[in-house]
Design a protein around this ligand. Structure first.
Ligand code: COA
Length: 425
């Protein structure tokens, strides 16, 4: 079956997480993704957080499926020649180096346009133009500067970063959208363009509702925040809201049966207004259906703490899955807190390809997250990540159409590193 991005070739000059997330998505959508890596070491994540000796780490393998790998010393003259040949034969160059790195390699935007006017040049950077544009940035820096950390955690505690990699993977996702849009526009203009996704901007985009609340503060307290019900005054900025729901329907995380011994025996419970009567019936508090202190959403707002404490008396009598089954029958929105172990064991996620098992020649079988977007005409097939330099020969020969003499010349120059075997073994 054909793939959505068949015929698109990506020069993948990415490393660590943000850029590789983007190119992996494009590869799953059918693009031919050629990852350029530094000879000998490759993407630094190949060796980071290793769990199996001498095998690429899960950090690397889970972010680089469906790609080909070529090792190339971009500072060696022959390496530069290969790099420029790749620029000419690819549609998109994706990179997430520190600011100025590609310019220092001689690959300025102007030069890229001369080599290939159709080239889309896409970058992840920590910040957009401005005072911090020269800074190097990692995930948690972006979470802090994009507004996520100041609005995450509990009111009486310090800012907290979230486990979801919204700075890296989130920005990679934004960049992928920019690239697909630029490819679409190129159909009409024939021209490439620059695409920039700054991590601060990406995180802020995902924290949009918190910027909404910042502006609402000027017009009074944020009544859906539990601090309102607790009588705690608001400060000048959007506060941390613990497990409050970010929307108009109050929610909280409640203990379930077994919570004393299981750190994940909890459920997220939303007191959705249209099913208030059902909630009251389920927990055995029918008098709240008509009681003036509880009957309307506005009346409930200052009493949320007590309401959730009462609901928790009920949830602690059920396991999180029992509670989910019962509540869903009444359309009461809720979600059990699933551990990574439970997610890995969830049959339905395997069936949809959201969790996939992949075989790797060095590390054996492992699990990964597949493409979370399902296209009916472009199903994703998850293939293992490449070994370092595994496709050196095939890229020089089949993609760049270099003859045997030229290939030998490039190898002899050391541009690909010591030897192919060093790379791929
Ligand atoms: N051949 C020769 N040199 C190569 C090379 C190759 N194939 N690949 C990389 N290099 C060199 C670069 O030329 C650069 O050297 P230079 O600074 O002397 O010019 C160096 O390797 C890489 O630099 P940099 O990207 O700055 O790496 P770093 O490890 O110092 O910083 C980050 C890592 C992630 C902080 C930085 O890349 C960054 O801020 N990226 C943008 C934001 C981002 O994506 N952050 C999240 C990452 S998940």
């Amino acid at each position: 079956m054909s793939k959505a991005l068949d015929g698109v070739r990506i020069l993948d000059f990415t490393h660590v997480q943000s850029g590789p997330t983007c190119t992996q998505l494009l590869a799953w959508l059918g693009a031919d993704c050629i990852k350029v890596e530094r000879p000998g070491v490759g993407d630094i994540t190949r060796g980071q957080l290793r769990d199996v000796p001498n095998a690429d780490s899960l950090y690397f393998t889970m972010l680089n499926h469906n790609k080909r790998s070529i090792t190339l010393d971009a500072k060696n003259p022959k390496g530069k020649e290969v790099l420029e040949a790749l620029v000419k034969s690819c549609d998109v160059l994706v990179e997430n180096f520190g600011p100025g790195v590609l310019d220092r390699m001689g690959l300025t935007w102007e030069h890229i346009q001369q080599l290939n006017p159709r080239m889309i040049y896409a970058s992840v950077k920590g910040f957009g133009p401005g005072p911090y544009e020269d800074c190097k940035v990692y995930e948690n820096v972006a979470q802090c500067t994009g507004g996520a950390a100041s609005t995450t955690g509990f009111r009486d505690g310090p800012p907290v970063v979230t486990g979801a990699q919204i700075g890296d993977s989130g920005t990679g996702l934004h960049l992928a959208l920019g690239i697909v849009a630029a490819l679409y526009q190129r159909n009409a203009t024939g021209r490439g363009q620059r695409v920039l996704a700054a991590m601060q901007d990406g995180v802020l985009n995902l924290c949009r509702v918190k910027l909404r609340d910042q502006q609402r503060l000027a017009h009074g307290p944020l009544k859906e925040y539990s601090q309102y019900g607790e009588g705690v005054a608001f400060g000048k900025a959007t506060p941390r809201a613990g497990n409050d729901s970010g929307g108009g329907q109050p929610g909280w995380i409640l203990k379930c049966k077994g919570w004393e011994n299981d750190p994940d025996a909890y459920i997220y419970f939303i007191t959705q207004a249209p099913v208030w009567a059902e909630i009251c019936k389920v927990i055995g508090q029918e008098d709240w259906i008509t009681h003036p202190d509880y009957a309307t959403p506005d009346a409930r707002l200052p009493r949320l703490k007590g309401i959730f404490a009462r609901i928790e008396q009920w949830t602690t009598t059920k396991t999180k899955f029992e509670a989910m089954d019962i509540l869903n029958k009444f359309d009461i929105p809720c979600g059990p807190i699933l551990s990574m172990k439970e997610i890995l064991e969830e049959k339905s996620l395997r069936e949809t390809g959201t969790i996939v098992e992949v075989d790797h020649p060095k590390r054996g079988k492992y699990f990964s997250v597949g493409l979370p977007i399902k296209l009916s005409d472009s199903p994703a097939e998850v293939k293992r990540s490449p070994l370092l330099g595994e496709h050196n020969d095939e890229i020089l020969r089949d993609v760049l159409k270099f003859d045997a003499k030229k290939v030998e010349e490039i190898k002899a120059s050391g541009a690909l590193g010591g030897s192919k075997s060093m790379a791929a073994e």
